[in-house]
Design a binder for this molecule. Structure first.
Ligand code: GUN
Ligand code: FE
Length: 432
């Protein structure tokens, strides 16, 4: 592995308060990890390979901390409903089609291609209850070259026929997925109980045991809508909180844990979320589309709770984390306006941080260009976005985030290796 550098107009957010800008500079790496950012190649690195993107923006790739691969065909459809009726009417009938590996292969390839096109280099993905198609999802993610976690969904009650799992088989299939994905560093399994209403006690406690046995992370949904929360209360009248139910089964921060939405949280739950193992996936597009509510993002930032952005398709209507940044900012402004204006909106720098380094932390050192971070980035040719003169890099970032497109992203790198989104369509993965 040789040293190499990338040249361009560099921008990243190493903290939520700071946007760092390096006009016409070089990110130098040992091939895999970043050594530093320099305005000239230091003498000690003279003669190393240089990937020259002079004049282009070079920024961290995005992390999608919560998305549903099998809902891709439903993108933009059926959004005049709220969560529980939408799940029943639109989502479950689509997910059931993934019992067919041929169908799963077709949709998952397009899902992964389009996600990578949008500059997502780390993704945490829900599959379906079906083992073989979830393994296919992992194979496709692997062939794409990005980093990912993927989970086989667990549901043994309150769903539809054909997706109601036998509890023991659900646990056995989950363990089989863990076993079959061993040795793969870039694409890993994550335990995925769909949410409390679709999982029995026995299933939840079995998953808690698997989390402990294998040290596997957990993802689920939490406090997304008021009617969902009511339902959870009916199912567990003696529990002090929704998050507490996950915790009682060993599924809340025993291992790294992502909870999507987190809109309606009690003070007790917010304190639980301050755990170093906790990540909230903020899904502003989904929360707007399904009329779920506005997540109190400012409060999370003030409390130091870790947050990333989730596209949550097809509750969300776009795979573009760039667009989700815009939605996160807009939602925070609505919350600001609806409050007595004491709740401050989130800034572009804060939202960009959350979408890159914030969610990236779930994967380790990725999402910014600090020394020791993995050499991951996207390259943006934004000339067409500026009909007049080119502004400063700060404004170029704003313009790309608000008005850009995946077509402006001309290159992507993970650990110094180029990632080509079109590859996943060509990859030879036999359908068994
Ligand atoms: N809660 C349980 N399942 C889902 C899902 O598929 N999408 C969303 N947005 N919320 C859920
Ligand atoms: Fe979701």
């Amino acid at each position: 592995m040789g040293f190499k550098a990338i040249r361009g107009d560099i921008v990243h957010a190493p903290s939520k308060e700071s946007l760092e800008i390096h006009p016409d500079s070089y990110i130098v790496s040992d091939g895999k990890n970043i050594v530093g950012v320099f305005s000239e190649i230091p003498e000690a690195y003279g003669g190393i390979e240089i990937i020259d993107h002079e004049g282009c923006l070079v920024m961290p790739g995005f992390t999608d901390l919560h998305t549903h691969g099998p809902q891709y065909a439903n993108l933009g459809l059926g959004l005049d409903m709220e969560l529980l009726s939408w799940l029943e009417a639109r989502t479950f009938p689509e997910e059931i089609r993934f019992s067919e590996i041929v169908y799963a292969d077709r949709i998952y390839r397009q899902f992964v291609r389009d996600m990578v096109r949008e500059g997502t280099l780390n993704a945490v993905v829900f599959g379906t209850v079906f083992l073989e198609s979830t393994i296919r999802l992992m194979e496709i993610l692997e062939s794409s070259g990005i980093r990912a976690y993927a989970g086989k969904v667990n549901m043994d009650r309150n769903t539809v026929k054909g997706m109601t799992e036998d509890t023991r088989k659900s646990l056995a299939d989950t363990e089989e997925l863990i076993r079959r994905s061993k040795g793969n560093d870039r694409v890993r399994p994550i335990l995925t109980p769909r949410f409390i209403p679709t999982c029995s006690d026995e299933l939840l406690s079995g998953l808690g045991r698997l989390a402990e046995k294998y040290g596997i992370p957990v993802q689920s949904h939490l406090n997304e809508t008021l009617s969902e929360i009511e339902w959870v209360k009916e199912l567990y009248p003696d529990s002090s909180s929704y998050a507490g139910i996950y915790e009682n089964f060993g599924l809340f921060c025993k291992t790294p844990t992502i909870m999507a939405h987190c809109i309606y949280n009690s003070e007790e739950e917010l304190m639980m979320m301050k755990s170093g193992n906790f990540f909230a996936a903020h899904c502003p597009d989904s929360n707007s589309n399904l009329s779920s509510g506005i997540m109190p993002l400012r409060k999370f930032l003030d409390l130091g709770i870790k947050v990333g952005i989730g596209s949550d398709i097809s509750g969300g209507d776009t795979l573009s984390i760039r667009q989700c940044i815009v939605s996160a900012i807009k939602c925070s402004k609505l919350r600001h306006a609806e409050s007595d204006e004491s709740i401050l909106p989130v800034s572009m720098t804060e939202a960009f941080y959350i979408a890159t380094r914030g969610g990236g932390e779930f994967f380790g050192k990725t999402g910014s260009f600090e020394k020791g971070f993995t050499f991951d980035c996207i390259v943006v040719d934004d000339r067409e976005l500026h009909p007049a003169e080119m502004p400063g890099i700060d404004e170029r970032l704003q313009k790309f985030v608000y008005c850009g497109s995946y077509r402006n992203i001309i290159a992507r790198y993970v650990e110094g290796n180029p990632v080509d989104p079109e590859m996943v369509m060509e990859m030879d993965l036999p359908v068994k």
